[in-house]
Design a binder for this molecule. Structure first.
Ligand code: GDP
Length: 450
């Protein structure tokens, strides 16, 4: 027994995700805004019930940026007296924890004394501030919003949280204000392996991905010499495409080609972050696809199932669902892998595939603070305690996220051998749901500790 993992967790590692805090005087619409932002399509990752009663927080992702959104609405006093002190507390709290502050004001009410008071405090801090003039649901109020320039916090953005107006723009501005990710994450290349059976369209897909006017930054044979690695930029992010079909068919290998391609797939998967398992929309899932998905699960990688040649299928909700349910039935070890219906031939959804890859890449880098791991652990155990037929009961004492890429959770129990496979699966699913670990395998380890 040695090393970091056998020591008790000493506390949370610094949370990587930037924090966005909503402040403003009572009744300006902070919680409506909070809920609306969460409701923006594909924005929500997970709801965390407030860890303290005076805050509501949620993990959000927008335009591939993740952040934690906090609503300070709960701090509102009931009575008029004591406003100043409470507002001061709210704002001070926001300033110390926020990377970006959303100051919400009410365009229907105009500038009030408390707005001015808050603005005075905020003008003195370095934290970027986005001034949102809420309740702008007509043109008169749009003009009224301009009045908030006088707060000295830059241009007020007119929004209506209630009517869902201007929120996309606000989110765009907000993500621009988020701090850059730490350097090693910012430059980390995301490695995609394109794998699948012969003739499903791997090389066509690679060409479709690298085609257009993609900026190619590098090209080299993979270390195994059975793949070509191509580096390119997508949405300013460096990606590497590991192309197992890239070594063009070398004549004589046609015999035994299946076996050979499985081997190449396996090597490519070892080196990737996200495997793109290409299927042919006109064919059934084959045994070989199961093997490949099994490698992905064993290697704890991310995976997308790219259903290629979708141009040959009549596209409808039903046809997609039918294909998806067949895939899910066959690929039982990777129920978390999303499908992308694509066509290398027409270019259908190629960007969607890449966006999904980036998202999964980020999910694999998520780090959950130890305190959250343990509160979710307690919740999971309370909802469904481990069965203890006759023998001594299993007690899982605490857990921590030990690694990212893959997300790796270590749990300490009185006797790790008491953990049944199905209970482990239960915990895994519980965590997966709570923390939004979509599209990737996650690793759960249990250790004995008296
Ligand atoms: P690989 O062996 O997986 O690399 O497959 P290829 O890229 O060589 O493609 C096999 C065949 O499928 C070729 O005849 C391609 O033209 C065809 N193909 C690939 N992608 C598509 C697609 O999206 N739609 C259609 N209709 N045909 C495709």
């Amino acid at each position: 027994m040695h090393g970091r993992d056998t020591n008790p967790p000493t506390g949370d590692r610094p949370a990587r995700r930037p924090v966005v805090v909503i402040v403003g005087r009572p009744n300006v619409g902070k919680s409506t805004l909070f809920n609306r932002l969460l409701g923006q399509r594909s924005a929500i990752v997970e709801d965390v019930p407030g860890t303290t009663r005076d805050r509501l927080q949620a993990q959000m992702a927008y335009a591939n940026r993740r952040f934690e959104l906090i609503d300070t609405g709960g701090l509102e006093p009931d009575a008029d007296e004591g406003y100043s002190a409470l507002i001061r507390e709210q704002v001070t709290g926001a300033v110390t924890s926020a990377d970006v502050i959303l100051l919400v004001v009410d365009a229907a009410a105009g500038v009030t004394r408390i707005d001015t008071e808050i603005a005075e405090m905020l003008r003195r801090v370095q934290t970027p501030i986005l001034l949102l003039a809420n309740k702008v649901d007509n043109d008169t109020r749009r003009d009224a919003a301009v009045e908030f320039f006088e707060l000295g916090l830059g241009e007020p953005m007119p929004i209506s949280a209630y009517h869902d107006l201007g929120l996309r723009e606000a989110l765009e501005r907000l993500t621009d204000l988020l701090p850059e990710s730490p350097p090693q994450e910012a430059v980390a290349e995301l490695r995609l392996a394109v794998v699948g059976r012969p003739n499903v369209g791997k090389s066509a897909l690679v060409n479709a991905i690298l085609g257009e006017d993609r900026v190619i930054v590098s090209e080299q044979s993979g270390t195994t010499r059975d793949a070509v690695d191509t580096g390119f930029l997508y949405r300013d992010r460096p990606l590497i495409l590991i192309d197992t079909a890239g070594i063009r068919r070398r004549g004589r290998i046609e015999r035994g080609v299946e076996k050979y391609s499985v081997m190449r797939a396996r090597q490519a998967i070892e080196r990737c972050d996200v495997a793109v398992l290409v299927l042919d929309a006109t064919e059934k899932v084959a045994a070989q696809d199961l093997h490949v998905a099994g490698f992905v699960a064993d290697a704890y990688k991310g995976m997308i199932i790219a259903v290629n040649k979708w141009d040959l299928v009549e596209d409808s909700e039903e046809s997609r669902e039918a294909f998806a349910s067949n895939v899910l039935r066959r690929l039982q070890f990777t129920p978390w892998a999303p499908l992308a219906f694509v066509s290398a031939k027409t270019g259908l959804n190629i960007n969607g595939l890449l966006d999904l890859s980036l998202e999964i890449g980020e999910t694999r880098s998520l780090r959950v603070p130890t305190s959250e791991v343990n509160s979710v652990l307690r919740e999971a155990v309370a909802a469904n305690p481990p069965p203890s037929p006759g023998r001594r009961p299993l007690r899982i004492k605490y857990g921590t996220q030990a690694e990212v890429r893959p997300p790796t959770f270590v749990f300490f129990a009185n006797d790790a051998s008491l953990i049944h496979f199905s209970y482990r699966r239960y915990l895994e699913n519980f965590f997966r749901r709570r923390f939004g670990f979509e599209g990737t395998a996650i690793k759960f380890e249990f250790r004995s500790r008296e």
